[in-house]
Design a protein around this ligand. Structure first.
Ligand code: MSP
Length: 510
């Protein structure tokens, strides 16, 4: 059986879910639904990353303990994904006991093997990033992400012998050209690996930080956040039983944005090598959502919240925009204007109009009863069917390359064709001629087949809409999958139309 294991990053609990988190999670969800629809066994893991200075500081700022604070924000992430209909299989928290035990076991194993040692470390530490910077990495002496001046810290710590795995990692990336994709991120990683790889500091003294997993071999130290967080991808599976691990780990696909490329492309595979575990199957890296006004930030008041988007526009419309607008791997711009334009043009006009026109005519001319198809179909009917078959073929190809926007473009090009077919065949004119009734029945039958095909093709991207289309057609599961022309028995009763996506009226621009 074919299988896929999909993961999102574990989101830090120092901020509530926003557009960026939602994008990665929606991509993971859409892909899981897609693979399930083509018969794969799937497992989707998401969750929250809860240890470290950043969280301890945020908790203190909120006048609460780290655990209470993490419980609250983690709960918000989980309930947000539930409300958004994300089909995750397990939600992991790095504070879960089984995860902490797993991390300690792996640390002990690597320590026993001699790949963790005690040493002196000095460096520029950015609390925002939870990591040390080398002087070279700073921009004008500041953290390039947070624009703050990092503190110089020198202390004794534990180190992971990452340098030892530099060549094996280069070999692994070269052996499998799509291990890290798209290509630009693979090149970035290989370029980075042309410089000598340093060992990784993986601990913090408890005198400075208590909010972490204690080192199994020295309780005066806790684990550095990345070592703790990255292991979730295996501890979360292991927790489901050893079968789940054996089944799903070989087909692991991580989804992240470019901000956390280095930990995932360098720390994580070398950690896996040291732990004697096989590497993931793919690391899939997307770009950043940027706002018209620049970076999304609380202080600028331009943070996009998924629940607010769902309440205002509907979850499917928001999902559609995210998947249609961003070319996976590149940055994309978010603006409400662009969102509204897409909803109105693609969903309200294109998709919504087709469905309502077809169902309205079916109702008006035949009381909702599907009419028979003749044995021989005119060329225009065959062409309509073929356009949808072509869209489906393209969709499979694009999704294999994570080109969500192109997959949707293909479906919409078939949809455009269906709208043109309505104009071309003009059932609303033919119906006035009693001799053309049969043809009108056949034209509408084909159009219902188009709607049925849309329900199937769109299900991974617009799950609620797909369900509604199925309900309007009075069809479920298996009936959606049979070939074109076999979906409806003669006399099958479909429902009257309803508005799927109301047009969003905007204030006229001055
Ligand atoms: N806790 C770490 C990840 C540990 S994974 C073992 C972390 N958390 S985070 O909360 O900062 O989440 C980062 C991720 O959120 C990105 O990699 C991406 O998936 C998503 N995004 C956050 N902001 C984003 C944008 N503006 N645009 C696109 N996605 C971004 O890093």
């Amino acid at each position: 059986m074919n299988r896929i294991y999909i993961t999102t990053p574990l989101y830090y609990v120092n901020a509530e879910p926003h557009l960026g988190h939602t994008y990665t999670t929606v991509v993971a969800d859409a892909l899981k639904r897609y693979y399930r629809s083509i018969g794969y066994e799937t497992f989707l893991l998401t969750g929250t990353d809860e240890h470290g200075d950043k969280i301890a500081q945020a908790a203190a700022a909120n006048g609460t303990t780290p655990k209470e604070y993490a419980d609250r924000i983690s709960g918000i992430f989980r309930s947000t994904w539930d409300t958004c209909g994300i089909a995750y299989d397990h939600f992991i928290r790095t504070t879960d006991d089984y995860h902490q035990d797993y991390v300690r076991r792996v640390l002990q194993k690597i320590y026993d093997a001699g790949d963790i040692y005690f040493g002196e470390y000095g460096g520029f530490y950015c609390y925002g990033c939870e990591r040390f910077y080398t002087e070279k990495e700073l921009v004008d002496g500041k953290c390039p992400d947070h624009q703050t001046t990092p503190d110089f810290i020198s202390e004794k710590n534990y180190f992971f012998r990452m340098s030892k795995y530099q060549q094996p990692l280069i070999d692994a990336i070269q052996r499998k050209p799509d291990l890290i994709r798209p290509e630009r991120y693979r090149s970035e990683v290989l370029a980075f690996l042309r410089e000598p790889l340093e060992d990784l500091c993986i601990s913090r003294p408890t005198s400075r930080l208590q909010w972490g997993i204690p080192m199994p071999f020295d309780d005066k130290y806790v684990t550095y956040v990345w070592f703790d967080a990255l292991l979730n991808y295996v501890s979360g599976l292991d927790h489901q039983g050893s079968d789940a691990f054996a089944t799903f780990w070989p087909v692991a696909q991580h989804f992240i944005a470019k901000d956390i490329l280095k930990p995932h492309a360098i720390y994580w595979p070398t950690m896996l090598m040291a732990a004697g575990l096989p590497l993931y199957d793919h690391l899939n890296v997307h770009g950043y959502w940027v706002m018209d006004s620049g970076k999304m930030s609380k202080s600028l008041g331009n943070v996009i919240r998924p629940l607010e988007m769902k309440a205002r526009f509907g979850m499917d419309a928001f999902r559609y925009f995210l998947l249609r607008e961003m070319a996976f791997g590149q940055d994309a711009k978010f603006s409400e204007d662009a969102l509204v334009t897409r909803i109105n043009a693609d969903l309200a006009n294109n998709l919504g109009n087709l469905v309502s026109r077809v169902l309205a005519m079916q109702q008006k001319y035949f009381g909702g009863k599907v009419q028979p198809l003749p044995k021989d179909w005119p060329a225009e009917d065959v062409e309509l069917r073929d356009k949808f078959a072509q869209a489906e073929k393209e969709l499979h190809g694009y999704l294999a390359e994570l080109q969500f926007h192109r997959a949707l473009e293909s479906v919409w090009s078939a949809l455009d064709h269906a709208n043109r077919y309505v104009v071309q065949t003009a059932p609303f004119t033919l119906i006035k001629d009693p001799a053309k009734q049969e043809r009108v029945g056949a034209v509408l039958h084909h159009l219902l087949e188009a709607v049925r095909t849309l329900a199937r093709l769109l299900a991974p991207f617009l799950p609620e809409t797909a369900r509604e289309l199925g309900a309007l057609l009075a069809l479920d599961g298996d009936a959606l999958r049979v070939p074109w022309g076999e979906g409806f028995g003669t006399g099958h009763q479909v429902n009257p139309p309803k508005v799927l996506f109301p047009r969003i009226e905007t204030e006229p621009k001055r």
